[in-house]
Unconditional design. Structure first.
Length: 362
């Protein structure tokens, strides 16, 4: 039996944390106390290429929002970042010929900043969907709030500075629940903001994405591409094929193909090589896909605000009946039974209310 790869601790480059800290309110003792509380000494955060544990980063960000009494802190800081704060990705965005081209670069290279993360650009009926997903097994998921909002705000801000200050996305979706900042976030993004969604993403008008703003300097971009590729290769050399496949499934499922050939192409290897690597890790694409679908189906049903039809679409099933059969094979009961049981439990709780109305999925 071939040994499995050791799990890799999800981490974030200090560069990201530095950009956040530099943009925090200069509250003197309050900022110092916040850094001390999270063990962020000058030595620990002095090297921009060093890494810190992702959970430490999330906890710091959430605590900062509380300390400065700013529940929309992540989005505010994201919109305050300049292209230079994301070097060298910021330079790539400023050189890109179109918004679509810029997002392609971002999706390809942003993982150099943090592991256990996937960015994706996929076509959808609404236009183009640019998604952001953290795969680290960190709980509670409420710890992701400030980072989710920071990341999508940062992307929108960079696009506005690189292309058109008046540009806005069509919609903004977040996985986390609302915390009463709906109106504030909608004003900041200039677009409808939806919560409790199946993925963090911005929806972009296809015409906006395809509009040509400039001619790319291919020689300069090639230099930046080579640099970013080398950074990512060194960052992900210890990440297992299983983790990479799971990451790709999470951002493509329901939007694009998750067949072996397509995932192998994303990883720049042959289908045979991907199949062999998964076998060496004692798994397969079919097993990873089944486990992911089962996990997410239960999570969506527990969330309580999606119909079985919406869940089946998010999980990449053509029909809800196919999803229902699969769910019954996993759990012994149908998803419709699970939803009905959840409604009954809510009624028995004594508040007399029904679960929130179903929302659409990106």
């Amino acid at each position: 039996m071939v040994a499995r790869n050791k799990p890799v601790t999800a981490s974030v480059r200090v560069l990201v944390l530095q950009a956040i800290i530099q943009s925090l309110p200069r509250a003197g003792a309050d900022l110092k106390a916040l850094l001390v509380r999270h063990g962020l000494s000058n030595t620990r955060i002095g090297n921009p290429n060093a890494r810190i544990d992702m959970r430490d980063y999330f906890e710091f960000f959430e605590d900062a929002a509380r300390a400065f009494e700013n529940p929309a802190l992540g989005a505010r800081l994201g919109f305050a970042l300049r292209p230079g704060d994301l070097w060298p990705i910021g330079l790539l965005l400023m050189q890109a010929s179109s918004i679509g081209s810029a997002l392609t670069y971002y999706a390809r290279y942003a993982t150099a900043f943090q592991t256990a993360t996937t960015f994706s650009l996929q076509p959808a009926s609404q236009g183009l969907v640019f998604g952001y997903k953290v795969h680290a097994d960190i709980k509670p998921k409420s710890l992701f709030r400030q980072d989710n909002e920071f990341t999508l705000a940062c992307i929108c801000s960079q696009l506005q500075m690189a292309f058109d200050s008046d540009w806005r996305p069509l919609e903004v979706h977040f996985e986390h629940a609302s915390n009463g900042q709906d109106a504030t976030l909608q004003r900041m993004f200039g677009a409808p903001v939806q919560f409790n969604q199946t993925r963090n993403c911005i929806v972009i008008d296809r015409r906006d994405a395809e509009r040509q703003y400039r001619i790319e300097d291919r020689d300069f971009i090639n230099v930046l591409n080579q640099h970013m590729a080398s950074v990512i290769a060194s960052s992900n050399q210890d990440v297992s094929a299983t983790e990479q496949v799971r990451a790709l499934i999470s951002v493509r499922l329901g939007l694009a193909s998750v067949e072996l050939n397509d995932l192998a192409a994303e990883m720049a290897i042959t289908p045979r090589t991907l199949q062999r690597r998964l076998a060496e890790e004692n798994t397969s694409l079919r097993t990873i896909l089944k486990d992911y679908r089962e996990q997410m189906a239960i999570a969506y049903l527990t969330q309580g605000n999606m119909t079985a039809e919406a869940i089946s679409t998010a999980l990449g099933y053509a029909e809800s009946t196919v999803f229902s059969r699969a769910f019954k094979s996993w759990t012994g009961s149908s998803p419709f039974t699970r939803i009905a049981a959840d409604v009954d439990q809510d009624d028995e709780a004594g508040d007399g209310t029904l679960p929130p109305a179903p929302v659409g999925s990106a």
